[in-house]
Design a protein around this ligand. Sequence first.
Ligand SMILES: [Fe+2]
Length: 457
Amino acid sequence: MDVGYQRRVGATFREVINGLKRNSLAAAADLGVSVETIDDIIAGKCRLTSELIARAAAIWPVNERDFFPVHDDAADGAIVMRAVESEKTSRTFARGGIDYYEYRDTAMSRLAMFRPEWIKMLHSVPGTDQDDPTVQWNSGHFLYQFTYFIGAVNYYYSAEGRRYCAAMETGDSVSGLPYAPHSFACRDGAPGMILALTYGGRLLGDAAHELGALGESLAERYAFDASGPHASGSLLGVQLDNTGFTREWLARSAGIPLAHLEDLLAGVATAGWEELGTLAEAMRINVRDLLPVVPDTHHGVSILRRRDVPRWPYPDGDSPHYVIGALAGTRVCPSSRGLEIEVRGTDASRGMLRTGLHQYCYVLGSEPVRLTWTYDERTCSRELAPGDSLYLKPFVSHSFTSCDRPGRILALRIGGKVAGDAWLEAAAIGGSSLRRLTYDTAQWYEEAGTTARREIL
Ligand SMILES: [Fe+2]
């Protein structure tokens, strides 16, 4: 298990009391313990008990969960799950009185919210009737779902009260939004399975807890008209409300006629690039804060057929090490990238890959591949058989190489909590601040006192 966890408990505790502007002595007095106990907790020498957390949550405006760091269960930078280990997690669930799906876990980590399942369809239907009464639907779920199809599988989904059925084949993929009801069945007696890679978006975790605590009526207020023809005007209105400006003050600050601003807010006029820049500057926001998501799903899903997958050679077109294909995805979740990677090369140094996203991979087909990765200045290598899967931490340099014949990898990259705006914020505060926040046990001031000084060389 994670040896650094206890140390991070200490740093997390320090961050909480620093935020509350309590030094060790003041925190000890509030919690009714000795200052030595507080200092030992911060140093990772003493366990933070559930009683102390309960007392802290009772007297301070904090939540119990604020004291719990995340576990690092990928000490080598990667987690490999063998196909035989996946088989041991097999569960068969009946729906409507018949065995419907067999589920098997594949590689997961506590560091990233992937829930990737190997799922075999146990129910076969004739044809593609979207109203087939033997098809068992779910109610939809909060996690996003990227699905890769193997065999002849019907994909059922519904939107605005209508049901749809898409006849999927090997290599087709689908990206689905949260809470969209769906189902699967194999077709005409042929075998069929899917890799159902569910994952959490940016609303998972802290954001979901915040919405839950705010309650239904306040939570739904976040859903401004984000995808219709008035999306730009709605988003401008959201930003205007946040600034506290009046419409008149914004029009004056941006140097645009009030009547035109009214049209922009109503969505009957569209701001050009230069005008967006002027409005953003007047509100001290970035132009990107005025750009809504461009919708690209149809009936809540994005379906991509194998024949339509764009593929490119990597790292170049001259005897490529890989041929990479971009599978289904959506701009709603732009950090999520589904890739099919054909592994041709045998020289690991030519195929080095790196991404700041968390990554899940599954070995497709019948050929093994070799994974080589470097983490913490150590290089590791594993041969991966078909059906093996893995998780890789962000920024870990890695390479796949073929063994006897070209292999195929299904990869899903997702943003963790440091994605999108959070990633830009991380870049803005800088590398030294990011290093400090990973393990910061220092009080926010020094008891002995310091004065600003300039080192003179
Ligand atoms: Fe699902």
